[in-house]
Design a protein around this ligand. Structure first.
Ligand SMILES: [Zn+2]
Length: 213
């Protein structure tokens, strides 16, 4: 009886607390482990799902690409396992512009705001890599003559990636403002909208909001 109790307890504990494992990402060339950990932690805080088969991925590579504006995440999906949460990537790849690479990894002399904002772009792309959210009919805002900003931001994968990147930025740039949003009696989706709005406002020095007030 006691054994059964212990087994049941271990099973329940595992089911409740089992987390996707990030350990294999410690040896990723070029990308420091702290970035994976930071994105993962914020995703958990905001309630975003992380792919459970991360350990089956090929090594994620960071490639410096002068044709890229900031950074972008590309991957070759596994042909074997391809359901939402079980998806894994054979060749995950983050493409990053030379200037962004220099700011994040080569201590290029920029303002603290610029440095944090650049790091948050990397966190955004790492969130794309980690997330379950994935779009079948993805809307590429940069290919549209009349870009639909709201449509772009409201795609679950982008909504999550912006929320996580912007949370990362605000946590260091304006912790108080971040706290003021997070402590409000609002659902998490609305809090994320406010995070994104605030980041856009700061980053573009008083720019327009993405979401309605
Ligand atoms: Zn994105």
């Amino acid at each position: 009886m006691r054994v059964l109790f212990i087994i049941t307890f271990i099973f329940l504990f595992h089911a409740l607390y089992a987390q996707p494992n990030l350990r294999h990402l410690k040896n990723t060339p070029r990308i420091e482990y702290k970035y994976f950990k930071a994105a993962f932690k914020i995703m958990k805080t905001l309630g975003f799902r992380v792919r459970k088969n991360l350990a089956s991925d090929g090594y994620i590579q960071l490639i410096i690409d002068s044709t890229v504006q900031d950074a972008t995440f590309t991957y070759i999906k596994s042909e074997v396992v391809n359901t939402d949460s079980e998806r894994y990537y054979k060749k995950p790849l983050i493409r990053i512009s030379p200037s962004l690479y220099d700011i994040i990894f080569k201590q290029k002399d920029v303002t603290n705001k610029m440095y944090l904002s650049s790091q948050s772009i990397l966190i955004h792309e790492i969130t794309h890599y980690l997330q379950v959210a994935d779009e079948e009919n993805y809307y590429y805002i940069f290919k549209d003559k009349n870009p639909d900003v709201k449509r772009y931001f409201n795609q679950p994968s982008e909504f999550e990636a912006y929320s996580v990147g912007d949370y990362f930025f605000l946590k260091q740039y304006d912790k108080k403002a971040l706290k003021n949003i997070m402590k409000q009696e609002l659902d998490i989706h609305r809090k994320c909208e406010l995070l994104i709005n605030l980041f856009m406002h700061i980053d573009s020095a008083g720019g327009t909001y993405v979401f309605p007030k």
